[in-house]
Write a protein that binds this ligand. Structure first.
Ligand code: ZN
Length: 404
């Protein structure tokens, strides 16, 4: 199996008043995803948008095989990249990819650990040193101490217990602990984060770890009552790691936590710092206040890019997650009045129906569940598929949906 590197068209149609206008995108970023208990199909695109809108990077997305599939061909050479953004939690990577990753970091590579990437690989010691703190996956006192802030001091708490929890999603204030760090320098020291999960009780080796900012996990929302680390840096060998636990991307269509101006800004600055050790981006002209969150709604056009789900549809077999089709259904439902957008979806559907690379199961779903939007431009394709014994019934149904 070939590595699935997906290049996605950059959509830059919105006035970027909040961003540095310098477009010397000289550095290369790799966003690694493909398995996650979150909406990675969309979070990875949002991450790409955020990283590229810093003006510092061009980003590629590497999509792993799905959960339970053969991972042996998923070999990544990290060395060409200035920063690797981890949006992955799932099956073990092949040994070669694991080794490549550790060597990349040791040799000075930059890493951004994003949200549930801290859930990944509980049994891989080097990974846990690189991320500093992690949660879930059976993590406990054997994984390392809890780390949090109490009375202005960093506490390393060895007491037994689970690693990883969060209460209900809510808006919460993020408070700088190292305001002079390049990632935070010039930003307000307290800002209201948009609705998110407040990751708590993370534990891990926590070597060479510095907490940059924390949030109080209010018991009112099921929190620990502690000041939990939200933004961290770690060094590993010569490598620099920026770890943000913020940015939950759930089942909905839009993710307030990822649109938060504070999340976006710290991610952009954290990525640059991880890549270079410096931050040259100016603080944005608008930012959340201590009491008011601020969302930058600039993802609408990015959300409609379906390149990553196209590949998943093409490879679909019964028994695998069909979320890619559900995403397309949602997008179609939202864009029925948008002819330009619908033309793009039609192109993708017709291409998948025609392609020899698409599985029979993919074509069956497209014939059954998507023929209600078909027009005459589908007729020849349906006629041809009708000649295929295994698709004949479904293609006949689809033809009936066009009418005569
Ligand atoms: Zn989450």
């Amino acid at each position: 199996m070939k590595i699935k590197i997906i290049s996605i068209l950059v959509v830059l149609s919105i006035a970027l008043v909040n961003f540095s206008c310098s477009q010397d995108s000289t550095m290369d970023a790799l966003i690694l995803t493909g398995q996650n208990n979150h909406n990675w199909q969309r979070s990875s695109i949002a991450l790409k948008s955020i990283i590229e809108k810093s003006g510092k990077f061009t980003a590629e997305i590497a999509v792993s095989p799905g959960g339970g599939e053969d991972m042996s061909g998923f070999i990544i050479d990290f060395s060409p990249y200035d920063v690797v953004v981890l949006d992955y939690t799932g099956d073990d990577w092949p040994g070669e990819t694991r080794n490549n990753f550790v060597r990349y970091v040791e040799n000075g590579g930059g890493v951004v650990v994003y949200h549930a990437a801290s859930n990944a690989f509980p049994d891989w010691p080097e990974y846990n040193e690189i991320i500093g703190l992690g949660g879930w996956g059976g993590r406990d006192e054997g994984s390392g101490p809890y780390v949090y802030i109490s009375d202005g001091e960093v506490i390393r708490d060895e007491s037994p217990g689970r690693g990883g929890s969060h209460g209900s999603e809510h808006e919460f204030q993020v408070q700088s602990y190292k305001p002079s760090h390049p990632i935070l320098s010039g930003l307000p020291e307290k800002w209201m984060h948009a609705q998110d999960e407040l990751y708590s009780e993370l534990r891990g080796p926590a070597k060479n770890l510095e907490i940059l900012a924390y949030a109080h996990a209010d018991e009112e929302f099921g929190g620990t009552g502690r000041n939990e680390p939200m933004l961290m840096t770690i060094t590993y060998g010569s490598g620099r790691i920026f770890h943000t636990v913020l940015g939950h991307a759930g089942g909905g269509l839009f993710f307030p936590a990822m649109e938060c101006a504070g999340f976006v800004t710290t991610l952009q600055r954290g990525a640059e710092w991880a890549a270079t050790g410096k931050v040259t981006q100016e603080p944005p002209s608008s930012f959340p206040t201590e009491t008011e969150s601020l969302r930058w709604g600039f993802f609408e056009d990015i959300y409609s890019d379906i390149t990553p789900i196209k590949k998943r549809m093409q490879d679909y077999e019964i028994g695998k997650s069909d979320d890619c089709f559900n995403i397309l259904k949602k997008l179609i439902a939202e864009n029925l009045d948008n002819q330009e957008q619908m033309d793009e979806y039609h192109d993708v559907i017709r291409e998948l129906l025609k392609s020899r690379k698409s599985t029979l199961d993919c074509k069956k779903i497209l014939l059954k569940d998507f023929s209600w939007i078909a027009d005459d431009s589908y007729r020849d394709i349906y006629e041809e598929l009708k000649q295929n014994q295994e698709l004949s019934d479904d293609a006949g149904y689809a033809l009936g949906m066009i009418g005569n």
